[in-house]
Ligand binder design. Structure first.
Ligand code: GRF
Length: 204
């Protein structure tokens, strides 16, 4: 029996990825627990998901802080309170600063709904459709100072089908998100990710 790792999940919305992580922990697929969920939005449904699972659900309103750094300081303080070792961004609609990244070196992950480095930033699925891409997907990566630029951990591809809307493509991608995000966390908690520059070697 290895140690149980504490994960802090940051959200702004529905939290379906959060749910996938909670479920994977509950099923024993990941040796970890979601120690706290923090949202910058009070009405994020993900907070309700956390409460239903008996997980501390905190609203930290970014508007109450003078800048990104001071907000991130509050995030770090809260994550430390819960002994968090891995921070998982799951639909967290905030640009984060080195204040958070330096506090959790190579221990902040994000999921992005595109095959990076294609289509970083907002509305990735719409970008893929408008570009005419035939393959789309999702990427789990470590977070660095750029927007969706950090070392890639796992990716999954899905086809773009004729007649796809942003909604149908997003739904197809989300199915894969819910599979690869818990898997990336499992690899992290089992010490199977070896990062060298941009390259993440995945052990088994
Ligand atoms: C996902 O599409 C994820 O890739 C992106 O934000 C969305 C969050 O969805 N970063 P949910 O809140 O986990 O349902």
């Amino acid at each position: 029996m290895g140690k149980i790792h504490n994960i802090g999940v940051l959200i702004s919305g529905s939290g379906s990825n959060l749910q996938a992580i909670i479920d994977a922990c509950a099923a024993g697929k990941i040796k970890a627990r979601v120690a706290c969920v923090i949202s910058n939005k009070e009405d994020a449904y993900g907070l309700e998901r956390a409460r239903l699972a008996g997980i501390p659900a905190l609203h930290l309103d970014h508007r109450a802080y003078t800048g990104r750094e001071s907000y991130d300081q509050a995030l770090v303080a809260t994550l430390r309170e819960f002994d968090v070792e891995l921070v998982a961004l799951a639909g967290f609609m905030r640009i984060i600063t080195p204040v958070l990244l330096d506090a959790f070196p190579m221990s902040v992950m994000n999921i992005h709904p595109a095959l990076l480095p294609s289509f970083p930033g907002l509305h990735a699925q719409r970008q893929a459709l408008e570009y005419g891409a035939k393959v789309a997907g999702c990427t789990v990566h470590f977070v660095d100072c750029g927007t969706d630029t950090g070392p890639i951990i796992l990716q999954a591809a899905v086809p773009v089908l004729e007649g796809d809307s942003e909604e149908t493509l997003s739904a197809r991608i989300q199915k894969e998100e819910h599979r690869v995000y818990p898997e990336a966390i499992r690899l992290f908690t089992e010490g199977l990710l070896d990062v060298s520059g941009r390259i993440v070697a995945v052990g088994s």
